[in-house]
Design a protein. Structure first.
Length: 97
């Protein structure tokens, strides 16, 4: 597939995890097929992938589960802080493409 920006290198088809938001809640769609230009970084989404994202955002697809992702860890300078501040976690819905 040629790059829409006019680059001479063809776009590469890859699978990538993308984060979208539905009702202010983060949703991760795993293994979403997109095309990426190695030269300029332009991304293009095939129609099938765009329809998947549309279905997810319109709540037509059931999540495959939830997972806990580590958001950040406090630095060493926070010694003596409570355990709750040492690691913060966030629950995110995961949907497989």
């Amino acid at each position: 597939m040629p790059c829409p920006s006019g680059c001479k290198t063809p776009m590469e088809k890859i699978k990538e995890d993308k984060i979208y938001y539905r009702n202010a809640e983060p949703i991760v769609i795993t293994e979403l097929v997109i095309h990426v230009c190695e030269t300029c970084g332009q991304e293009s989404m095939p129609l099938a992938s765009a329809r998947m994202v549309e279905d997810v955002l319109n709540d037509k697809v059931r999540p495959s589960g939830k997972f806990i992702a580590e958001k950040f860890e406090a630095s060493e300078s926070c010694q003596g802080s409570s355990d709750e501040l040492k690691t913060a976690i966030k629950t995110v819905t995961r949907i497989s493409a």
